[in-house]
Design a protein around this ligand. Sequence first.
Ligand SMILES: NC(=O)C1=CN([C@@H]2O[C@H](COP(=O)(O)OP(=O)(O)OC[C@H]3O[C@@H](n4cnc5c(N)ncnc54)[C@H](O)[C@@H]3O)[C@@H](O)[C@H]2O)C=CC1
Ligand SMILES: O=C(O)[C@H]1OC(=O)[C@H](O)[C@@H](O)[C@@H]1O
Length: 279
Amino acid sequence: MKKLVLTGAAGRLGSYLREPLSQLCDEFVSSDIADNVSNLAQNETYVKADITDLDAMTTLLEGADMVVHFGAVGDEAPMDVLWGPNFYGAYTVWEAAYRNKLRRVVYASSIHAVGMHKKTDFIGIDAPHKPDTFYGLAKCFAEDLASLYWDKRGLESVCMRILSCAQPTNSRAVGTWLSYDDLIHMVERAINTPITGFSVVYGVSNNDRAPVDNAKAQHLGYRPKDNGEQFAAEIYSTDGPLDPHDPANTHHGGPFAAVELGNSGMAHLNLDTDDTGKH
Ligand SMILES: NC(=O)C1=CN([C@@H]2O[C@H](COP(=O)(O)OP(=O)(O)OC[C@H]3O[C@@H](n4cnc5c(N)ncnc54)[C@H](O)[C@@H]3O)[C@@H](O)[C@H]2O)C=CC1
Ligand SMILES: O=C(O)[C@H]1OC(=O)[C@H](O)[C@@H](O)[C@@H]1O
């Protein structure tokens, strides 16, 4: 591939993706609203751009083959905070991709698009949207945008419904963990699968307790290797008995299923213990 663009490049997951993605293309463009990122690869350039600016996105995607879209607010927040980056910012990326005749958008969707399904339901990629937050609603919006641009405009998308891409520190994450290696593998499959049309896949490692089913995403060849079971004994010995009536324990969205709309869903998640400072 000649040119690949990554949004959200200064973020936690973007920082893990930059180097491996730079190896998949001749020209790699990282972009974020941050002033800069460190340690550029030899074929990488950085462009500061706001995903809420359609003109800026149209310029950013000029000459690109694909865009990997990770830029967003990554947590529940009031609608006026999410409206620009997570809703309109999804539109600008798909519209700019269409205007520049890109082949495909690879998108960081989330389990929170379906977070109000009960964990006793082993949901597949065809489970109906059931968002748990405004944040999850924005992921539903972007997935529907992806479907619309494929049906009406022939622009392919892979929507990766990531579960929890961070070192597991709680009982839920034993099942929802997506390791960084499996994240990189999934994005590589989303890029290199010859034909995807509009595809959805759950971003989860090969966990014994994975609560979702990727059977209908076989065409992507996503074969995760890591297993969150390695963390189970330690986490369950310290995490105590779980309240079976708390939606945070009974729904796929975990703590996001329990928060008031507009409040942070991550307040309950101790996410940063494995932060290796890749920001
Ligand atoms: N970390 C996880 O476990 C999961 C992440 N995701 C999604 O993956 C993506 C990346 O997540 P993280 O790296 O964890 O989040 P993050 O917050 O570390 O990174 C998001 C990046 O988007 C950028 N951004 C925000 N508003 C922007 C704007 N207006 N213009 C340009 N850039 C803007 C931020 O500056 C930040 O660098 C997000 O879309 C998130 O919703 C989905 C499910 C789980
Ligand atoms: O549910 C989860 O674990 C994750 O879901 C997300 O979509 C958030 O962006 C991430 O920060 C959470 O950790």
